[in-house]
Design a protein around this ligand. Structure first.
Ligand SMILES: [Zn+2]
Length: 155
């Protein structure tokens, strides 16, 4: 592990056996995992590079070639597992300098999940002002994500 990777929260999460129940897929280049508690919404997942790499600009050729397919597969899995209407893909890489694309289920029937409002939702859960997703529902969603990702793995 490089010095940068040693201090990286995403690398730490990927190596933490206690968080393995939230992992939905692990391939040679991509990991899909559910948001750790408190999860803002059941189905809020991440597509993460296995390698410690800050963002798309730093992907190697093989990672770059597979990124679109991995993003499609993970997004389809979130849509299928949650029944949401859309899946947002957001990557800042600010909290941890390791590519982790937030895959956010967007429900037409829930206006609070629309566009930037979902950021307010996220922060309200983080501050304890809004209840997080139900743990049993998260558990079921992880099982569904795993099943879908088995049939179309992101690599
Ligand atoms: Zn890392």
């Amino acid at each position: 592990m490089s010095n940068a990777a040693a201090g990286c929260d995403v690398c730490r999460i990927h190596a933490d056996a206690a968080l393995a129940p939230l992992e939905c897929h692990r391939g040679p280049r991509w990991i899909v995992r559910h948001h750790a508690p408190p999860a803002p919404i059941a189905g809020w997942a991440f597509l993460c590079a296995v390698r410690h790499v800050q963002g798309p600009a730093d992907l190697d050729d093989a990672e770059a070639a597979g990124f679109g397919r991995a993003l499609r597969a993970a997004s389809r899995a979130v849509r299928s597992a949650t029944g949401c209407d859309r899946v947002y893909a957001i990557a800042f890489g600010q909290g941890a300098p390791h590519l982790h694309v937030h895959l956010v289920p967007r429900f037409d029937a829930e206006p609070g999940t629309a566009a930037w409002k979902v950021a307010d939702w996220y922060r309200a859960v983080e501050r304890g002002e809004r209840a997080p997703a139900d743990a049993a529902r998260v558990h079921e969603t992880v099982a569904r994500l795993r099943a879908v990702l088995c049939s179309e793995p992101p690599e």
